[in-house]
Ligand binder design. Structure first.
Ligand code: FAD
Length: 405
């Protein structure tokens, strides 16, 4: 079915996790084969599991992590252009220009360009020996530079910073983690949960420096990283530095295209991921949905599914605010934050069930209804997926047993 009726071209810019989900969904829904799909991908590899990227330094190969199955790569409806970044888009002519000088025509365009790691502009941030942690290429470069037994510094003590520190550990290095906030994972955790995490990672050999900033990256005689100076005057000897100080949406095509950006960056879209141009959508980490960017994969997948529905004439689900539950996947300590993590307008009460260095459990309850709003678990606590499913409901009488079995 469908032969001879391929009439329209969808161009997807970016073949990351979310761009891939869009194409996969579209291939499934577009039973009439009404779309030809061109993907322009900056990276040299088909989409891979970036969430599982750290396992690439722990025995997994690039092909273990690929998201593109055989059927995907051989689908005649698809044209995957690897190592082919788009540098500009002419919305009037409906063409995109690649860095190689080719022009790609489209009927519909989806921007799925993700984020870039934020590198704070501290002196020395661009020395040889400074890395970021986002792509296969980043990890290959890190692996090539790592020297077992030598110290390395990770700038940023959030979720990704801890993954990067663990990566240095797996490469045999001695990792330091520098975090400006008073404790690790400040976005997700309070000090009680961070205390459990801190003790655990310290036992694993990570040296944690919180409440201090990176003042400069210092070069040795050979011009490569030799040390990191902190704002409290501490000097950490270091052979390399990994920046993991947050991400910024890759919205650079928006200006040239005359598309609006969100106040804090990102390509401005509505709750159906539509830009002001009816032929152009933005999804995933590059999109600012009603002003907000999402740095997690699950919201991006929902955006991709919504756009696939729109492209095939089906009723899409508008994107509403989403579950931003997070878990630390590595380092062998259970850390989970789910639902609302801070009292909203004072109409909530916090209940702490355990506090110490081994485990911590805190929940937030609505003062009015008594419903569970969210919580933080750290260390030897109950199954967070079971507990998370109670969000929005009155917790059962045996909640403490669930939290601390
Ligand atoms: C180490 C690590 C661990 C993570 N762990 C978690 C986790 O536990 N849970 C979670 O929810 N999320 C996690 N994330 C975040 C998750 O990976 C992202 O939310 C997800 O990858 C976003 O998908 P995306 O398609 O929007 O962006 P990306 O996956 O970044 O893909 C964007 C792609 O677009 C390409 N691109 C950019 N500009 C252009 C251009 N002009 N032309 C062509 N191509 C372009 C980029 O090169 C990239 O390949 C993690 C991320 C990292 C790095």
């Amino acid at each position: 079915m469908g032969e001879g009726i391929v009439t329209r071209t969808l161009l997807v810019i970016g073949h990351g996790m979310v761009g891939h989900r869009l194409v996969d969904q579209l291939r499934a829904l577009d039973t009439d084969h009404a779309w030809r799909i061109v993907i322009a991908a900056e990276e040299h590899y088909p989409a891979y599991d970036r969430v599982g990227l750290s396992s690439y330094l722990d025995g997994k190969s690039k092909s273990d992590l690929t998201l593109a199955g055989a059927g995907f790569l051989t689908d005649p409806r698809m044209d995957l252009l690897l190592g082919c970044p788009v540098v500009s888009v002419d919305r009037t002519a409906r063409t995109a220009q690649t860095a190689h000088g080719d022009r790609i025509s489209y009927d519909a365009l989806v921007l799925a360009t993700g984020s870039r790691p934020f590198v704070p502009p501290v002196p020395g941030h661009d020395l040889t020996g400074c890395f970021v942690y986002r792509t296969f290429d980043d990890l290959d470069a890190l692996r090539a530079a790592a020297r077992p037994g030598r110290p390395g510094v990770v700038v940023g003590g959030g979720l990704l910073g801890l993954e990067a520190a663990n990566a240095l550990r797996l490469l045999g290095m001695r990792p330091h983690v520098v975090e400006t906030a008073p404790h690790l994972m400040p976005t997700q955790l309070d000090s009680g949960a961070a205390h459990v995490l801190d003790r655990h990672v310290t036992e694993l050999g990570l040296r944690v420096h919180c409440g201090t900033a990176t003042a400069s990256i210092d070069a040795g005689a050979n011009g490569e990283v030799r040390a990191v100076t902190l704002s409290d005057g501490t000097v950490l000897e270091a052979d390399l530095v990994v920046f993991s100080a947050g991400i910024r949406p890759r919205d650079e095509l928006a200006d040239a295209m005359g598309l609006e950006r969100g106040e804090r960056g990102g390509i401005a879209v509505d709750d159906l991921c539509r830009t002001a141009d009816e032929r152009v959508w933005a999804i995933g980490e590059c999109a600012a949905v009603n002003g907000r960017c999402y740095g997690l994969v699950a919201p991006g997948y929902r955006m991709a599914e919504s756009v696939a529905h729109q492209l095939t004439g089906q009723k899409p689900e508008p994107f509403t605010s989403t579950d931003t539950s997070t878990t630390l996947k590595l380092l062998g300590v259970k850390i989970a934050a789910f639902g609302a993590l801070r009292p909203d307008h004072g109409h909530a009460v916090e209940v702490v069930f355990a506090e110490g260095t081994d485990r911590y459990a805190k929940i937030l309850l609505s003062e009015d209804s008594g419903d569970l709003l969210g919580g933080i678990l750290a260390g030897d606590t109950g199954s967070w997926t079971a507990i998370r499913s109670l969000v929005g409901h009155r917790p059962p009488a045996d909640l403490e047993q669930l939290l601390l079995p």
